[in-house]
Every structure is written in C-alpha cells, then in structure tokens.
Design a binder for this molecule. Structure first.
Ligand code: UDP
Length: 434
C-alpha cells in the first residue's frame, strides 16, 4: 500500500508540496516557443515552474530527450531542473508516434527519481495527455497525487477542425478519458474548459480547478508605438497587423492574409503603410505552412505587404506587440490564447475568433473584438476600424493593459497551489496516514 507522501505537511487544509515532478513528455521547456510542437504549454510550464520555485516548491520537469548531446539534467532556474529522459530514437518525433515510447519514458522517470538524492516528489503535475499517461504511472508508483492539465482536448479539437486538418486519433480520446477518471485533480484553463471536461468527458466537477494562465507583466509592458516600429525598421505611420504563434491550419494565419487582401480592396490607399507580419515557425509534421502562406500572399496579390518572420524571443515579441495596430488571433480552436494576453499587456488590442479560451483572454468590445466564424470579410471590417479610428483603437489598447494586469502568472501559481492542496487532501483521505 502507498505510504503518506514524504515531506508533505499533514494538516488538512494547509497541505503544500515541497517538491513536484512536472511532466512535459512531448516538448521541452527549453525549446523555443512558436514553432514545431512548442507553444503556450512550454511557456506555461516555464513560467509556473520558476514561480513555484520562488515560493519554495522545487520543480523537476521531465521531458523526452531529443538529442544524445543533451545532459540528463539541466538547471533551468534556481529550484527548477529539466530532466531529459532517453526514450525512443533521438530527434523530433511526431506526437502521434510518441505513445510507443511511454514505457521507456516512465522507466526513465522512475530511475531518475530512484537515483536522485534530492528527495522524493510530493505530487505529479502532468501537461497534455501523453504526459498524463506517464504521470499516472509515476504517481501510482510513488503513492502521490496526480494533477493533470489537458491544455487541449481531442474531442473539443475534433469538433472545430480547420479544413484539411486530420482529426485527433481515438487513442488520444481514450487516453484522455482514462485521465479524467484517474487524476486526483484536473486543472482547466477557463470555466469553458471545465464545462467541456464535464460535458464531453464526464469529469466530476468537484475534482476540477479552473486556473487562468497568465502573462509575464515584466516583459510584456506597454511602450511608445513609434519607437517599437522604428526598432522593427518600419516608419512611424505603419499600420501593422500582427499574427504570433505556430504557423498551422488550426491557428488560421491564412484568415489574416485573406482579410488583409479584402481590406486593401476596400481601402487601397492603405497599401503604402500596411504591413502584415506573421511571426512563428512551421508546426505539424509534413506540411510546410509558411511556404503555403507565401504562396497565398502571392495569389492574393499582397506579397509586398506580408512579412513572414521566424520565431522570436519573448523580449523581441514585446516590440512586435507594441508596434502593432492590432494582433489577430483567428484560431479555429484555442485552449486559452497567451498571445492575446501578451498583446493586451503591451497595449495592443486583439481581433480574435470567438472560440475556446479567447472570450476569457479578451474582453470583447473593451480590449479587443471577438468575431464569430472565420469569414475574412468580418475580420477586414474590424481591422479597417482599427487602422482608421485610432482613438477607438487606443482606448481598447489601454483597456487591454488593465485586462491583462489581472492575469499574472503569480495568480496562476496561487490557483495551482490551491489545486495541489485539493489533490493532496484527496490523496490523504483515500490513503491512510501512517
Ligand atoms: N511565442 C514565442 N515566439 C514566437 C511565437 C510564439 O515565444 O515567435 C510564444 C507566444 O509568446 C506565446 C506562445 O508562444 O506565449 C503561444 O501560446 P498560445 O497560447 O498563444 O498558443 P499555443 O501555442 O498554446 O497554441
């Protein structure tokens, strides 16, 4: 029988882990976000781990090693260690192939824990369903609770696929079903996601904690637009429409390009000062979305205004957001939408699809505009207003700064510590204290 978790304080209501194992199997927190499989989840894991460590909760993040040159452990920040576990061939693997390597991955995690002299883990927090499978095995072996964050859900994704997208496999749906049944606590990014866990997966509402993700309010700050445009080598009167994120069908950067073409049809005088920037790298196996985008820009006759930019660091991104007239997030599905919050924190309004977490991330009509559907004409109309009504646009920008200030990573960590308490209590109630 599992024993009480080592190092866990034993008063119900105050239980707090001292050391947790975070699992991020398919993508490392050390990867550059905005390309391949690295995106908001990577940012989430990094920001949360650093702040948990700052509050005295040590975090080890387990991820699959993708190169034999990676050392088994890397100190990412004080109190945060990334553990690279050899499992399967080195190199990037398509997510759909990764379930084959769950056994060696779990074996590697258990061995790393057994050889580690720093002490045991009090709790496992797994991110994404593949990590959840591994996390559940580890948590069971160690007799500690499993907290699981889906980040995205197959059933939800499959209901809102972009044209030509491949549906998520049944294996993932079944894996997520199992996690909903087994995890001690589920963390949802929004109330909407919590409701989806209940409605589409039959989750017990009492085991769900809704914890909003956050934004780094020190990096993403407002600043003068003209100066930011200058840093990007653009004139002060530029109307910059910005897309930031992984370039994939689900994120629909093509909608921004089509909307920009419509905008120029109706307002050709804007051509001299319009720039459409897509910042981010290819995501998804086998497709060359950035190439498809440049073909699309050519076929729409707007290649001269479109800039396809490689993924940028967080500090560089802040300049892009500050320089933009509007950030456009036309996704078909979005668990939360960190990009939308980062943009608002920099004082730039967001024009986004009314899907997933975006209604939480964006205060519709106040800090941005949410649009039902993906009709480029609808986006073009709002973008035209953003470009031609600066007072309206600036009011929204200022409201965005206020909206984003309520979404700090510190608040996320407060919510997670509550969720961890709930998981530790549940575990204690089902496992007798020695
Ligand atoms: N990102 C980045 N550099 C880039 C493009 C994106 O650091 O060039 C980051 C972006 O700032 C955001 C994350 O990647 O924090 C994307 O998160 P989001 O929630 O918007 O989308 P997801 O990737 O989770 O679908």
């Amino acid at each position: 029988m599992a024993s009480q978790t080592p190092g866990t304080e034993c008063q119900i209501g105050t239980a707090r882990p001292r050391r947790i194992a975070a699992i991020s199997l398919h993508t490392s927190p050390l990867d550059q976000p905005g390309t391949g499989d690295a995106g908001g989840m990577n940012v989430y894991v990094v920001e949360v781990a650093k702040r948990l460590a700052g509050r005295g909760v040590a975090v080890d993040v387990f991820t699959r090693a993708t190169s034999f040159e990676q050392p088994p452990e890397v100190e990412m920040a004080p109190g945060v260690t990334v553990r690279n576990i050899a499992a399967g061939p080195y190199g990037r693997l398509d997510k759909t192939a990764l379930s084959r390597y769950l056994c060696p991955f779990v074996h590697g995690v258990l061995r790393a824990e057994a050889e580690n002299l720093s002490g045991h883990y009090d709790l496992v927090h797994a991110h994404y369903w593949l990590s959840g499978q591994a996390g559940w095995s580890a948590a069971r072996e160690w007799g500690v609770p499993l907290v699981h964050s889906m980040h995205t859900m197959a059933r939800v994704k499959n209901m809102s696929l972009a044209e030509g997208d491949t549906p998520e496999p049944e294996e993932r749906v079944k894996g997520e079903d199992a996690l909903v049944a087994l995890a001690d606590r589920l963390v949802a990014n929004t109330d909407d996601e919590a409701a989806q866990l209940v409605n589409y997966y039959g989750a017990d509402p009492n085991r769900i904690s809704t914890v909003f993700p956050g934004v780094d309010l020190e990096t993403f700050t407002p600043g003068p637009r003209a100066r930011a445009l200058r840093r990007l080598g653009l004139p002060a009167d530029t109307a910059l429409l910005l897309f930031v994120g992984r370039v994939q069908r689900l994120k629909a950067p093509d909608v921004l390009l089509r909307a920009s073409a419509r905008l120029l049809e109706t307002a050709p005088h804007l051509r001299d000062r319009l720039v459409v920037a897509v910042v981010g790298g290819q995501s998804g196996s086998g497709c060359a979305e950035p190439d498809l985008l440049s073909d699309l820009a050519r076929s729409l006759g707007i290649a001269d205004v479109v800039r396809l930019e490689p993924p940028r660091s967080r500090a560089e991104l802040a300049h892009y957001y500050r320089a933009a007239t509007a950030t456009v997030v036309p996704s078909y599905s979005e668990s939360f939408g960190l990009v939308a919050v980062e943009s608002q924190a920099c004082g730039t309004p967001v024009v986004a699809a009314n899907v997933g977490g975006l209604p939480t991330a964006v205060h519709d009509g106040v800090s941005g505009v949410l649009i039902d559907g993906h009709d480029p004409d609808d986006y073009a109309r709002v973008l035209h207003r953003m470009v031609t009504e600066p007072a309206w646009r600036d009011r929204m920008g200022a409201a965005g700064v206020r909206h984003a200030s309520g979404l700090s990573w510190e608040a996320t960590v407060d919510g997670l510590l509550d969720a961890y308490r709930g998981a530790l209590e549940r575990c204690r109630l089902t496992v007798p204290c020695p």
